[in-house]
Design a protein around this ligand. Sequence first.
Ligand SMILES: Cc1cc2nc3c(=O)[nH]c(=O)nc-3n(C[C@H](O)[C@H](O)[C@H](O)COP(=O)(O)OP(=O)(O)OC[C@H]3O[C@@H](n4cnc5c(N)ncnc54)[C@H](O)[C@@H]3O)c2cc1C
Length: 377
Amino acid sequence: MIAFELTPVQEELRARVRTVARDVIAPLARELDAAPTPDPRRMPEVLAAHGLTCLLVPEEFGGPGYDNVTAALVLEEIAAACAGAASIVAATMHAMAPLLIAGTNAQRAHYLPLLARGGVAGFALSEPRAGSDAGALATSARPTEGGYILEGQKSFVFNAGVAGFYTVFATSDPRKGKAGINAYLVPGDARGLEVSEVHDKLGLRTSTTGELLLDRVFVAADGLIGHPGTGYLLLTQTLDWGRAFFGAIGVGLARAALEAALAHARRREQFGRPIIKHQGVSFLLADMATRIDAARLLVWRACRLMDREEDFTAASSMAKLFASEAARYVCGNAVLILGREGYVRRNPVEKYYRDAKALEIVEGTSQIQRMIIASQL
Ligand SMILES: Cc1cc2nc3c(=O)[nH]c(=O)nc-3n(C[C@H](O)[C@H](O)[C@H](O)COP(=O)(O)OP(=O)(O)OC[C@H]3O[C@@H](n4cnc5c(N)ncnc54)[C@H](O)[C@@H]3O)c2cc1C
């Protein structure tokens, strides 16, 4: 059966998050986005105060234990106020996914309550020389007495410097290729761990992204997630699953841009009538609305497949690919419909446009999504 209805609990949650997003997150987002060096702690604090950093943390560890569809609904609402804020949450979900997939009970009992109490986490995979080719890691994990020594550099890590812990991917032996990769839990205050650079980004400025230097960071033996040699599998499982959530962020962002464009098109008059009465504008709005609905359906389908534990790899990539490209299309056209008003800093659509571009890169670029989808055909 195909059902598009939300449960009363989901409806109530969505309404609650929509209010928080509009009244609390959006104003803070405007302030942080305009700051030359935004304070990276402020948005996580607000998200934590409203219980929004731990969407998937199971109830037994103090979280709400939402299913994937419900988490996507929440992310859409946060992103409609600020895609950067939603990225903080999504990145935390990525960092915890390996724990949910392969963590021991002791690891979960130690780290998941941190998130339930409002902490955020970082997913540290990319490196200066490893981006799309995520298997080409150079960060090393050398066995030592009682654990491992991690050494290397991780790039563009969301929540760098504010994370309670990082899920760090490193290789025990580069000659083994993907089979040498493992995932390690590294506390945010680990000795030898340092944020060497905070990126001054085009968009998503309300979330912090930085370079992590690991200078002989000791990780105890119980910090290894899963069996040795399964890290590459863990990272692909996490990314396959997580892509749909960046799709949900694209849907929320695009929705906000459409709402702004619609309001403007109804208000602004040119050639003696509101510009929405000109077919060139109304058809654009029709295409924007259609792409948003299609993107949302792809996100919901992917999340439903995850909840049913069915194969979701292609569906998740399709959701991310389509929603991120829809977000760029919708936000770009929102700027066009607002004309000169959309091109100034004080107008929200200017931020939406900058934020949208990142969604086509983060979590695998559009080309990489097409490669994944093609491999599944
Ligand atoms: C805002 C932001 C937040 C991020 N957060 C995180 C994070 O929290 N953790 C983390 O680990 N990483 C994070 N990243 C990194 C992100 O995952 C990478 O930027 C992304 O995977 C692309 O890698 P790259 O930037 O090195 O580009 P490259 O891999 O160098 O690619 C450059 C270009 O070449 C194309 N290309 C590469 N290979 C192929 C191919 N085989 N076929 C066709 N085209 C190809 C790409 O699509 C792209 O257009 C973040 C990035 C951004 C922008």
